[in-house]
Design a protein around this ligand. Structure first.
Ligand SMILES: NC(=O)c1ccc[n+]([C@@H]2O[C@H](COP(=O)([O-])OP(=O)(O)OC[C@H]3O[C@@H](n4cnc5c(N)ncnc54)[C@H](OP(=O)(O)O)[C@@H]3O)[C@@H](O)[C@H]2O)c1
Length: 281
């Protein structure tokens, strides 16, 4: 039995869809009605990281689990999930972390939260695999409304390179780690095949959509204001820190891990854009 969390989200959803026919799959979700993955081998159970009993129940009979948490203000969530997995005799835990953890200069709330949780997992005695992706290509979906309405991409910084990764590649690597031997004790840094600036992404999207798009630079205050509508202040500051680090070129590194683990090169932003053009039209 494989347990997948985050199946209503970006990476967990892709993992669940890949595993649907590959043996017993249990999906833990706060709102099972929101899980779009179904099949004869799939069981969806209600669970919440804040409810330890629900974790204990969900772990029964589980051999391998995938964990995604997304609230850096609740560090206890990973700890409880790891404890429940250990108590249930889970053999392998694959955790979604972040690329910045491997950069000693990255010292913001989100990176430090992932870093502490990685340490906790490594010390747990469970078999573990850590996935450290660079920015998801799907983050650019946040540009869709202004692209559709005005043909404009607005961002803080148009010229810092970022080796963004297709979440399908993250999911593919996660599935290998959950189902194949040989991935235990591995930290996989995951990037796309090239580092692109927002201006370059804008140009590639324009070519894909067959119409001109314009890049417009936002001030730090404008970005902060937008983030404050979605996140609490400490998370806003962590995201601003992360954006600032990009300016030094620290997000340009391209890793060969996707190729090494899956046997094929990582997907390009151009191919992601072509597959997702409908969102921008
Ligand atoms: N986006 C990026 O560029 C990027 C880059 C590197 C690393 N990351 C890391 O990737 C992670 C986010 O991954 P994602 O984008 O795939 O996730 P996501 O789309 O944000 O979805 C989060 C998932 O976690 C579930 N969840 C949240 N709190 C829960 C709880 N208390 N109990 C049970 N389930 C809960 C959510 O369920 P509900 O539907 O119930 O909310 C949802 O399915 C974060 O740790 C982030 O730091 C992101």
């Amino acid at each position: 039995m494989i347990l997948v969390t985050g199946a209503t989200g970006t990476v967990g959803g892709r993992i669940a869809r890949r595993l649907v026919d590959r043996g017993p799959l249990r999906i833990l979700a706060r709102r099972p009605d929101r899980v779009a993955v179904a099949g004869p081998l799939v069981e969806v159970v209600r669970g919440d990281y804040g409810d330890r009993a629900s974790l204990d129940e969900a772990m029964a009979g589980v051999r391998a689990a995938f964990l995604v948490t997304n609230n850096p203000q609740r560090p206890q969530e990973d700890a409880d999930f790891i404890d429940a997995a250990r108590a249930a005799g889970v053999r392998r835990l694959v955790k979604l972390s972040a690329h910045a953890v491997g950069h000693p200069d990255a010292d913001d709330l989100i990176t430090n939260w992932h870093r502490a949780n990685e340490d906790r997992l490594r010390a747990s005695g469970l078999g573990w695999t850590v996935l450290r992706p660079r920015a998801f290509m799907t983050n650019t979906l946040s540009w869709a409304p202004s692209i559709r309405a005005e043909g404009v991409v607005r961002a803080l910084d148009g010229s810092s390179p970022n080796a963004c990764v297709d979440p399908d590649d993250i999911a593919e690597v996660a599935c290998r780690a959950l189902t194949e031997p040989g991935h235990e004790g591995q930290v996989y840094s995951l990037t796309g095949p090239e580092a692109l600036t927002v201006r370059q992404q804008t140009a590639q999207l324009a070519e894909t959509l067959g119409r001109p798009l314009r890049f417009e630079q936002l001030t730090a205050d404008q970005v902060r204001e937008g983030l404050r509508r979605r996140y609490p202040e400490p998370v806003v500051e962590a995201l601003m820190d992360s954006a600032e680090r990009a300016r030094s070129g620290s997000k340009a590194q391209v890793d060969s891990t996707v190729l090494e683990v899956t046997g094929r090169p990582p997907r390009t932003f151009r191919s992601w854009a072509a597959e997702n053009a409908r969102h921008f039209n």
